[in-house]
Design a protein around this ligand. Structure first.
Ligand code: NAP
Ligand code: MG
Length: 487
């Protein structure tokens, strides 16, 4: 096991490291061997109040932050990106300790996240309003102003990218933030907070308060001085957040929730390539991915060949010590391990298990890459989000049938199609109901393109230009414009 130096375990409020008001701490667990890594300060309502106060003060109209040129906000973000690159090795080792993902993958996520910071750094002084030819003798234009104090509630599956997806556009727009990382993965969020300070952001602009969802998260979503909450996680908690926003102050809400995304493979596809795309789409990040393609639909003509290939690739997938060259580490925690195993047991009763189906080893939360064939749409494993290394293969005959089946879900996050027929691809793009559609690839999420869901997969978009628009308010200005100069 790698020895990783843990420097930060306290709350980060107003650029200071502080204990929780209650003095409480909670353990963060290594999913590889179930040991306690370290105790972390446990924030709750009192700490969220202090952090929101700091963020509100930093957002005051005469504050250092509010009076900074937009281009200077960009400069600070560029500095942060450079610091992330500098510390990428350390951050990735820390992430692997806390989250269990392979260290090479964690490293790639940090480099990607630093690139996102640079993208939004460049946008800071390009957030443009418009001049509008309005009716009457007037001059009208819009100002795009920062939405204010933002709460960010993060999941544990991609801790660094999720932290950055939330803070980078918010900071480019001039907002201030209070971030609550997931209870399972507080360590990289705190290490990033230290880099925010080192980059030179004024006190109170970014605050990080680890703690539990119903207490710290609940306090943030119920806070009357929080102007917006951005959340990534389960649909169930997404509903709680929308309700809280509605009840308290109609704070703006963006939600990136779950999915049960379909990947549809037509007869004309190359079976080996299609099986490879489908494998990555289902198993990336040990299946702990909101946009994972967990419903694989394969046309009847290539179905048997595809199932055999999918099973073969899954059996070869390397699972083990995430500090070594593996493709898959452990699941995040005992709760998720138990949940995934219960779906696997349900799948074994209803479908045909052609790969995996069991735990790996006896310590840590490792699960074999598992493939079910002959899955039908009514089965539990086909309807509910599993969030683990499980692929469910369904058979279909016609285009019309499979589009209806692909759309038969309350979710609508991602969808994919594998075909060489451009007409099939175009018809699929047109009729599938999902926030991202991929053709002959899957889960190709980029910094420049908006990401988010239809229906119960969420509200609003992150990344790209759309990402920054979620952190600005429109102010319409109308001036009386005399026809002649007033002499
Ligand atoms: P979750 O409960 O939705 O947690 C996500 C974040 O919300 C965490 O920071 C969590 O804090 C916080 N939270 C929980 N209850 C809250 C509340 N009442 N008010 C405000 N914030 C609250 O997700 P989970 O329990 O970790 O995982 C459960 C399921 O969610 C998974 O099986 C998966 O289906 C889905 N999920 C989706 C994503 C995604 O990327 N869309 C990511 C993670 C999980 P705590 O950490 O203390 O719970
Ligand atoms: Mg939870």
């Amino acid at each position: 096991m790698a020895k990783v130096d843990i420097k930060y375990t306290k709350l980060f409020i107003n650029n200071e490291w502080v204990d929780a008001v209650s003095k409480k701490t909670f353990p963060t667990i290594n999913p590889q061997d179930e040991s306690v890594i370290v105790q972390v300060a446990e924030g709750d309502k009192a700490d969220i109040d202090l952090a929101v106060q700091a963020a509100k003060k930093a957002f005051h109209r005469y504050s250092e932050w509010r009076t900074l040129d937009a281009s200077q906000r960009g400069r600070l973000l560029l500095k942060l990106a450079d610091l992330m690159d500098r510390d990428a090795k350390y951050l990735s080792e820390l992430e692997t300790l806390d989250n269990g993902k392979p260290v090479t993958q964690a490293y790639g996520e940090i480099i990607w996240a630093a690139g996102i910071v640079r993208y939004y750094a460049g946008k800071a002084d390009k957030i443009l309003g418009s001049t509008i030819p309005a009716d009457g003798d007037v001059l009208s234009f819009t100002l795009k102003e920062p939405v204010g104090v933002c709460g960010s509630i993060l999941p544990w599956n991609y801790p660094v990218p999720m932290f950055i997806w939330k803070i980078a556009p918010a900071l480019a727009a001039g907002c201030t933030l209070v971030v609550k990382p997931a209870e399972q993965t507080p360590l990289t969020a705190l290490a990033l907070a230290a880099l925010v300070k080192e980059a030179g952001f004024p006190a109170g602009v970014v605050n990080v308060v680890p703690g539990y969802g119903p207490t710290a998260g609940g306090a943030l979503t119920h806070h009357p001085d929080v102007d917006k909450v951005a959340f990534t996680g389960s649909t169930e908690v997404g509903r709680i957040i929308m309700n809280a926003a509605a009840a308290v102050n109609l704070k703006r809400v963006t939600l990136e929730l779950g999915g049960k995304s379909p990947l549809v493979i037509f007869n004309d596809a190359d079976v080996d390539k299609a099986a490879d795309i489908a494998h990555r789409a289902a198993f990336a990040n040990a299946g702990q991915c909101c946009v994972a393609a967990t419903r694989t639909y394969v046309q009847a003509g290539i179905y048997d060949k595809f199932v055999a290939k999918a099973a073969e690739i899954a059996q070869k997938r390397k699972v083990g010590n995430p500090y070594e060259e593996v493709e898959q580490g452990p699941q995040i925690d005992k709760e998720m391990y138990d949940k995934v195993m219960s779906y696997i047991e349900s799948g074994k009763k209803q479908a045909r298990c052609v790969a995996g189906g069991n735990r790996v080893g006896s310590k840590g939360f490792f699960i074999q890459p598992t493939v079910f064939a002959d899955v039908t749409d009514d089965m539990k494993i086909s309807r509910e989000e599993i969030f683990g290394p499980v692929q469910s293969i369904h058979k279909f005959d016609s285009f019309e049938e499979v589009v209806d089946r692909a759309n038969d879900s309350n979710y609508g996050l991602g969808a994919g199609v594998v075909t060489n027929d451009v007409n099939i691809a175009l018809a699929f793009i047109r009729h599938v109901r999902a926030g991202s559609v991929w053709v002959n690839t899957y889960e190709h999420v980029t910094t420049q393109t908006p990401f988010g869901g239809f229906r119960e997969s969420g509200l609003g978009r992150e990344l790209g230009e759309e990402g920054i628009q979620q952190y600005v308010e429109n102010k319409t200005v109308t001036l009386n414009l005399p026809k002649k100069p007033l002499l």
